[in-house]
Design a protein around this ligand. Structure first.
Ligand code: PLP
Length: 376
């Protein structure tokens, strides 16, 4: 006979993310929406995607939303639409997901990284100007973990140097900066609707929002084989179209997003109260910058042991991200300087479970086990 399972202190499991719980809460609405697409056979772009574009533009407070197939495509389209090409440089945060840099590379441009701010996890505005050269053609702040970057100084720098600011809002649907919605402050805002995002499709999805009529028109053309009129192709474009089923599902989920964001914010506050005495660095507090807590990221000294202690108690954690972009093999041919804050924090950060459907019991369990692990 084996010794049996490890003796856990409770039988509560807390997955890192529970997409099934969310689906169960909206199952009938989603099924009805998918049926409507099937009945109409509106599989690619079409009325359901258009309805989503209108609703999402309104949600962001922008004139236009152009839906595409992924967040990476959204970034690629925004950059191409803004005229970025070979020989150009684009500044972004050193601690982002690789897709931000990939989109820059797809344009033939060079990603230029800037270190993060120690406490906010977003690009350090104080370091941006030193990275600007005559080749700099865009700045992409990343609203990482659901918290908008410090946009006022970034927009000021953009204005001073005549460089457009394109927001990577892939993780920040509905987050606000001094009352303005993430994605609506720069020339364009780029979103991902990957299933695990705060607004997640049931497959891939993305969108660019903008107030610029010409940019929206150009991206609409580029995402559909360079075509404004069927079988008339102005340029060599892309097939980055959103599927009808994803548009219909996103329409359903968008109705719930404000409530889901409020729940994430309430969970974050609960974590803060319960972890106040734990030997952990917590996310920056909210104030005039309101995070939508795509992730709740803490810093610990001994991360391996911390993750193991939580795993032993049925709690899922992840690291966003363990290897910074400039240390990835994919970018080994670039001559990078060092990014000390990003490099140090990559070894300390860990994301705790965070999803709207978390129960009080689950939050207390995570906080109890986390506190025990770091305060031993
Ligand atoms: C910060 C950031 N930018 C861009 C992307 C790319 O989005 P997608 O996976 O939809 O292509 C992601 C998605 O993970 C992201 O987190």
């Amino acid at each position: 006979m084996s010794a049996g399972p490890v003796d856990k202190s409770t039988s509560i499991d807390v997955p890192f993310l529970d997409l099934k719980a969310q689906y169960a809460s909206i199952k009938d609405e989603v099924r009805t929406a998918i049926d409507a697409v099937l009945e109409k056979c509106a599989f690619v772009l079409g009325p359901f995607v258009k309805e989503f574009e209108d609703n999402y533009a309104q949600f962001c407070g922008t004139k236009h939303c152009v839906a595409v197939d992924t967040g990476t495509s959204a970034l690629h389209m925004a950059l191409l639409g803004a005229g970025i090409g070979p020989g150009d440089e684009v500044i972004t945060a050193a601690n982002t997901f690789i897709a931000t840099c990939e989109a820059i590379s797809y344009c033939g441009a060079k990603p230029v990284l800037v270190d993060m701010d120690e406490t906010t996890y977003t690009i350090d505005p104080k370091l941006i100007e030193a990275a600007i050269t005559s080749k700099t053609k865009a700045i992409i702040p990343v609203h990482l973990y659901g918290r908008p970057a410090d946009m006022d100084p970034i927009l000021d720098i953009g204005k001073k140097h005549g460089i457009p600011v394109i927001e990577d809002a892939a993780q920040a649907h509905g987050a606000t900066y001094k009352g303005r919605t993430a994605g609506s402050m720069g020339l364009a805002g780029c979103f991902s609707f990957y299933p695990g995002k705060n607004l997640g499709a049931y497959g891939e999805g993305g969108a660019v929002v903008t107030n610029d009529d010409a940019l929206a028109d150009r991206i609409r053309m580029l995402r559909d084989h360079g075509s404004r009129q069927k079988y008339h192709h102005d340029v060599v474009g892309y097939n980055y179209r959103m599927e009808g089923i994803q548009g219909a599902i996103l329409n359903v989920k968008l109705r719930h997003l404000p409530e889901w964001s409020q729940r994430r914010q309430a969970h974050a506050n609960r974590y803060r109260d319960l972890l106040a005495d734990a030997n952990l660095q917590l996310p920056p507090p909210d104030g005039e910058i309101q995070s939508v807590y795509h992730l709740f990221v803490v810093q610990v000294d001994d991360r391996s042991r911390f993750q193991e202690d939580l795993r032993d108690e049925g709690i899922g954690t992840l690291i966003h991200y363990p290897i910074p972009v400039h240390q990835q093999k994919a970018y080994a041919d670039h001559d990078w300087p060092s990014f000390p804050v990003t490099e140090r924090q990559a070894g300390r950060i860990v994301s705790l479970p965070m999803f709207p459907e978390m129960t009080e019991e689950q939050i207390v369990h995570v906080a109890t086990v986390a506190t025990r692990s770091v305060n031993l």
